[in-house]
Write a protein that binds this ligand. Structure first.
Ligand code: HEM
Length: 282
């Protein structure tokens, strides 16, 4: 953020803020910010992420090659952390998997790969969508984010009401018969539960996104699901969203979009969908 402020306006908040901030957190968390074979640069992670999430329309010609590279990098990384663990999350996951035993190596590799690529991309997407909405639709609210209490509730409301991707349903198989809203779901039935619809249920959340963003949500959000598969990155995206919005609004209270919100270019995808660029000035 210091670099963004020092360079002065105009700027693109995607290349100067919503990509580098989560990337710095991801690489620090996973221990990929040092030198040597573990070093991960932003361009390489971006290529792998586009391949993994099949973002941006047609899969690129080197889709398979990029995925194979990413898998090989992750498997070698796991081996190195097994031999020489550090304080990073990869080392802790490897240790926990080895202590538990019976975790298939490809399941561990897929978790590390997902935490690195999808984790990074989802925070970039959530931040970009939040900034597009705040600067494009709610400019009056922007300077209020200098108050950390306001930012906490604003971040929760934005994560709750703005879906990260296509807002498609989560598919589950009912382990036992259950009655929901007067309907009996038999054991073994496949159920498509839409977390986004639940979050917009007017009986539970009568206020929509247009309400005062400084007010606490009236009921807990389902944006991160519930139960044993509850999102393990929820703490991360909440913390980064709060810190990023609060610090940016404190440093640049006059931040504004330089194009109308309906003229923004978008990076489309089913998992995450967010602005491709956010041209701003202050
Ligand atoms: C706005 C951002 C995010 C949203 C809306 C989100 C949403 C979700 C949802 C709804 C689930 C449950 C899926 C299911 O029930 O099958 C989930 C699971 C998961 N999330 Fe997130 N997530 C976000 C960010 C992150 C981040 C930043 C990370 C990692 C750093 C992460 C890692 C995971 C993992 C590993 C799971 C699987 C958990 C399991 O199956 O036990 N997520 N996420």
């Amino acid at each position: 953020m210091d670099a963004l402020v020092a360079a002065g306006p105009p700027a693109d908040l995607v290349s100067a803020f919503t990509r580098p901030v989560p990337f710095a957190v991801t690489t620090r968390l996973m221990g990929l910010d040092g030198d040597g074979p573990d070093h991960l640069d932003e361009r390489r992670l971006r290529r792998w992420t586009l391949a993994l999430l099949a973002q941006g329309g047609e899969p690129a010609a080197d889709h398979g090659e990029a995925l194979a590279e990413f898998t090989a990098f992750t498997e070698e990384l796991i081996e190195r952390r097994r031999r020489a663990p550090g304080p990073d999350l990869v080392s802790r996951l490897v240790r926990a998997a080895d202590q538990d035993g019976g975790i298939p190596p490809d399941a561990l590799a897929f978790l590390v790969l997902g935490l690195t690529a999808s984790g990074n991309e989802s925070v970039t997407g959530a931040l970009g969508n939040a900034l597009a909405y705040l600067l494009g639709e709610r400019p009056e609210h922007w300077p209020r984010l200098a108050d950390p209490g306001v930012t906490e509730h604003t971040a929760e409301r934005l994560l709750h009401f703005i879906p990260l991707g296509d807002d498609e349903a989560t598919v589950r198989r009912a382990a036992a018969a259950v009655e929901l809203g007067g309907v009996t779901i038999p054991a073994g039935a496949v159920v498509a539960a839409s977390l986004g619809s639940a979050n917009r249920d007017p009986a539970v959340h009568p206020e929509g996104l247009d309400a005062d963003l400084a007010r606490p949500l009236g009921a807990p959000t389902l944006a991160f699901s519930a139960g044993p598969h509850y999102c393990i990155g929820a703490w991360r995206v909440r913390l980064e969203m709060r810190e990023a919005l609060h610090r940016l609004a404190t440093a640049l209270p006059g931040l504004r979009l330089t194009v109308p919100i309906d003229r923004l270019d978008w990076q489309l995808g089913s998992t995450t969908r967010s602005p491709a660029a956010l041209p701003v000035s202050w």
